[in-house]
Write a protein that binds this ligand. Sequence first.
Ligand code: ATP
Ligand code: MG
Length: 197
Amino acid sequence: MSDERHQNRMQRKKAVVDERISQANVERGVLILLKGNGKGKSSSALGTLSRSLGHGQHGAVVQFIKGRRETGEYLFFRDHPRLEWHIMGQGFTWETQDRERDVEAAEAAWAITQGLLENPAIDIIVLDEMSYMFKYGYLDVAPIVEALQKRPAHQNVIITGRTMATPLQEIADTISVVNDERHAFRAGVKAQKGIEY
Ligand code: ATP
Ligand code: MG
């Protein structure tokens, strides 16, 4: 392509983009859902969290599934002065088979989440792997939808998990699907420090 044609094309593109930007003028918090079977949901949520903290905002993370406690992200973020990080008690992991205990832990994590959703001092909340609580029937989705709708207007919320409950999708502002096109695990590469945890 000639330089001139390229320049014309970019100018037209810029006009379209500028027009769209000028039309997006609503300022409010958003509900973001990150779903799908591919790798990158929790790390994307935490990337956005770091963006927010970098601007001096206040954040919270609630991990609904208790994996390894000492993940790199937990070790990195736990001492941050403007962040609180909650890991769901002794509850649900892929290893537990005690439904009653799982439900108790889910309810405890929900109680914490509810407090965060009522707190205007919290700018961004990451609800990591929360979607499993609905999938397994550990939590009802209706009260969560209600709390999300009543939250402070500026508050951003990110929920991750492979599948998402339909009522959450109905009220979400942004939904991104991370596809599993390929994963090193299937080629026999073991979970690595700094990549998986
Ligand atoms: P990440 O935390 O790396 O952003 P994720 O949140 O998208 O991943 P989860 O569904 O929460 O993925 O899975 C948790 C763990 O499983 C992570 O350590 C992740 O790297 C790994 N994982 C994610 N997708 C796959 C996959 N398709 N096959 C194998 N392992 C995966
Ligand atoms: Mg995850």
